[in-house]
Design a protein around this ligand. Structure first.
Ligand SMILES: Cc1cc2nc3c(=O)[nH]c(=O)nc-3n(C[C@H](O)[C@H](O)[C@H](O)COP(=O)(O)O)c2cc1C
Length: 225
């Protein structure tokens, strides 16, 4: 059993997985325990599609096709964290992007390589399990916040089973198509996705190390006001 601290420290976004399958029993356990996440008024806004085996193959081939053939027309509404990026967010975003592209040897302006890399999102980076999260459309931002707590539980609990994850906002780019592929009830919409599997330790992409701000830069201790 891993400690919570070790789970938090060892979690990272993994973008290349081995072919080793994950048992359904483990996936069920992770999801069941993760639903212990807190949510405002215990509303539990999560709704998960688990994709494995043939269903995963069929789904990812259709999703990737949508991204590759239609990417110019896709709306960025879900992926734009802010209308116009400003500091400090723009520098942080650029840093992780350039670090990743350096590892992948993608040069600035190489749109073809960049697109091919982005397309791997729609194969869940080769993971044997893909999760797609959806939410009822009329739930507000508090419910989206609750959802994050649930997803973080999954990321941390995965570590207890030697698994790694990658949360994926990328699914928000093709959410209209995914709503159809998963035959979602019209009150629901795709929120985001998550890849789960065993890390491919031979892949360079998984050597990416991301920075964090120092505590004093994001935290003020108010002993007296
Ligand atoms: C809500 C959310 C959405 C994300 N979407 C993607 C994504 O679509 N594709 C991807 O490769 N990484 C995605 N990431 C991973 C982030 O890039 C990653 O968490 C961040 O760079 C910090 O690195 P770390 O997770 O390895 O600590 C996402 C992370 C979060 C929390």
């Amino acid at each position: 059993m891993i400690t919570i601290q070790d789970a938090i420290i060892s979690r990272k976004s993994v973008r290349s997985f081995t072919k080793k399958q994950v048992s359904n029993k483990i996936i069920k356990k992770i999801l069941e325990i993760s639903s212990q996440a807190p949510s405002g008024s215990n509303t539990q806004p999560w709704n998960v599609h688990v994709l494995t085996g043939k269903a995963l193959k069929k789904f990812t081939s259709q999703a990737k096709k949508e991204f590759m053939s239609n990417s110019e027309n896709l709306s960025l509404e879900r992926l734009n964290y802010m209308k116009k990026y400003r500091e400090p967010y723009i520098s942080r975003r650029r840093k992780v992007g350039w670090d990743l592209y350096q590892i992948l040897n993608i040069k600035k302006g190489d749109f073809k390589k960049t697109k091919n890399f982005h397309a791997k999102n729609y194969e869940f980076f080769g993971a044997p399990v893909g999760l797609i999260f959806s939410i009822e459309k009329d739930l507000g931002w508090m419910s989206w916040l609750d959802y994050g707590m649930f997803i973080q539980n999954i990321c941390l609990l995965a570590r207890n089973y030697g698994l790694h994850t990658c949360p994926q906002a990328a699914w928000g780019l093709i959410y209209k198509k995914v709503n159809v592929l998963l035959n979602l009830n019209k009150n629901y919409t795709v929120h985001c996705g998550l890849a789960i599997g065993y890390e491919n330790k031979r892949s360079k992409i998984n050597t990416l190390k991301t920075d964090r701000e120092k505590l004093d830069n994001f935290c003020k201790f108010n002993y007296y006001l």
